[in-house]
Each structure stands twice: as structure tokens, then as C-alpha cells.
Design a binder for this molecule. Structure first.
Ligand code: C2E
Ligand code: CA
Ligand code: CA
Ligand code: CA
Length: 250
């Protein structure tokens, strides 16, 4: 991997568990990349935007997808269960002409069940080239992948487009969850997003859930799933299997 001094073997993928509220079950993980530079872990906010500019995000994204598939296979081998792993796809990666072919090749090579791989797309990526993007979403969906819209509510997506996006999940951005309290303005927004999602047959997950009070209020609002420090911080890969085993009695 050229540029920025960033090498593949300096990347690490961490996994943050996601919980279904109805039965408090672990359903899967979001894969989050880190750069181990010297002794320090550099967070993605400090290198993904630069990598997006330079194009390096394509190579990083390929690596993340490969690692995520390997993790899916390993969890199945170790537990006999399928867990969904959600991967962040940058706008440049999504709009790259080879993206669909790469995904097809990855599915063929790894033989994972396609519905265990979820792609998180931001509103920006889809709105940039709307017609192409919608066509691509349909092709990815036809492969059996899961699709979600990340950071929902922070972008500029028009609601009328939403019904044309073949997506499975809306991820409510953590800025609406951070100060979530009953009967607050944030609560009204979150409730509206959940209602919108459910009307369109789309699951809704809230990100950045840190407290039991936030979790309980989201459950009252019929939110489907949560992700955040309350349930678990992102885990280095060696802690993923122990976490899974702690959630189920085998
Ligand atoms: P994101 O996709 O919105 O990811 C959620 C971020 O919130 C993660 O930060 C996660 O560690 C953090 N988080 C999770 N739960 C909580 C919580 O309860 N409280 C708080 N305050 N934060 C929480 P992280 O890992 O630093 O990632 C930041 C962003 O970097 C991600 O935001 C995503 O946009 C990007 N990113 C991460 N991994 C990748 C990747 O593999 N590829 C690409 N293109 N972007 C990535
Ligand atoms: Ca994400
Ligand atoms: Ca997000
Ligand atoms: Ca974000």
C-alpha cells in the first residue's frame, strides 16, 4: 500500500457488537478499522478522510472486506452460528467501477452466506450519483447482501429517495442518541426515523448508546437494535469469540 507510510500489516480490524432489543440477542458486529502506528492505535477519523482523498481508501477497503469475511467464517467454524458483520464503505470505494465485481469475487472465493455481510453506505455516496447508485444498490441486494444507510439524519437525503433505496437498515446517527431523553427534541426525531423506517419495512438501529436509560427509551420507541458502549466497546479480534461465547450458553 503506497502513500502515507500506511502498510497493510499495520491495519487492525475491531468489531463492535450489535444487540437486538426485542430479545437482547447478539446479532452481529460493525467492523471498525484502526491503524497501529508504532505503539499507538490511530483512529479512523485521523486517516480515512486523507485516504479517501488520495484513493488509498480503495486498498484499505479491500483489506477490510477480506478481513470481515474471514471473521464471519471463523465465527461460524467456532460457534456453528452465523453473525452479520457490517462493513463501512466509503463513497469513493462505493462509486469505484470495480466495486461490484470485487464483491462478487469475494463472495465466490470465501463462500460466505451473502446475507451475513452488510454494507454500510452513507447518504452522501448514494446522493452523489443517484441513478447509478440506486442501480448498484439493487445489484448488491440481488447478490443477497444486506445494505444499510449509515449516519442517517446527518446527510441531505431526500425522503422521497429513501423509498427507492433497496435497503435493509437505517442507522440513526449517534448525535441524536447522545442526549436522548424522554420527550426531548432528539426523542421526537428518533421516533420519527423509527416510524419512517418501519413504514418502509426497514429495520432501525441506534448508534452510540452509552446508558441503560438510552437503551430503555429506545426500546419504548420500538427501535429494533442498538450499538454502543452500553452493550460493548469495539473489540480487538481476539476478544470477539470470547464475547460471543459469553452471550450464549453452549
Ligand atoms: P461510524 O461508522 O459512525 O462508526 C461509529 C463510531 O462510533 C466508531 O468510531 C465507534 O467506535 C464509535 N462508537 C461506538 N459506540 C459508541 C458510543 O457508545 N459512544 C461514542 N461516543 N462512540 C461510539 P471509530 O471506530 O473511531 O470510527 C469513526 C468513523 O470512521 C466511523 O464512523 C466510520 O465513518 C469511519 N470508519 C471506521 N472504519 C472504517 C472502515 O473500515 N472503512 C471506512 N471507509 N470508514 C471507516
Ligand atoms: Ca458505520
Ligand atoms: Ca455511523
Ligand atoms: Ca459517523
Amino acid at each position: 500500500m503506497p502513500g502515507n507510510g500506511l502498510q497493510r500489516d499495520e491495519l487492525e480490524l475491531h468489531f463492535q457488537p450489535q444487540q437486538r432489543l426485542r430479545d437482547a440477542e447478539l446479532i452481529g458486529f460493525e467492523a471498525l478499522v484502526r491503524w497501529r502506528r508504532g505503539g499507538k492505535l490511530v483512529p479512523p477519523a485521523e486517516f480515512i478522510p486523507i485516504a479517501e482523498e488520495s484513493g488509498l481508501v480503495i486498498a484499505i477497503g479491500d483489506w477490510v472486506l477480506e478481513r470481515a469475511c474471514a471473521q464471519i467464517l471463523e465465527l461460524r467454524a467456532q460457534t456453528g452460528k452465523d453473525f452479520v458483520i457490517a462493513v463501512n464503505i466509503s463513497p469513493r470505494q462505493f462509486l469505484h467501477p470495480d466495486f461490484l465485481r470485487k464483491i462478487e469475487r469475494l463472495l465466490k472465493e470465501t463462500q460466505i452466506d451473502p446475507c451475513t455481510l452488510e454494507l454500510e453506505i452513507t447518504e452522501g455516496a448514494v446522493m452523489e450519483q443517484t441513478e447509478n447508485a440506486i442501480a448498484l444498490l439493487h445489484k448488491l441486494r440481488a447478490l443477497g447482501l444486506k445494505l444499510s444507510i449509515d449516519d442517517f439524519g446527518t446527510g441531505y437525503s431526500s425522503l422521497s429517495y429513501l423509498k427507492r433505496f433497496p435497503i435493509d437498515k437505517l442507522k440513526i446517527d449517534q448525535s441524536f442518541v447522545r442526549q436522548l431523553k424522554p420527550h426531548s427534541q432528539d426523542s421526537a426525531i428518533v421516533e420519527a426515523v423509527i416510524g419512517l423506517g418501519h413504514t418502509l419495512g426497514i429495520n432501525v438501529i441506534a448508534e452510540g448508546v452509552e446508558t441503560i436509560d438510552q437503551r430503555e427509551w429506545l426500546k419504548r420507541l420500538s427501535c429494533d437494535e442498538i450499538q454502543g458502549y452500553y452493550y460493548s466497546r469495539p473489540l480487538p479480534c481476539e476478544n470477539v469469540l470470547p464475547f460471543v461465547l459469553s452471550q450464549f450458553s453452549y
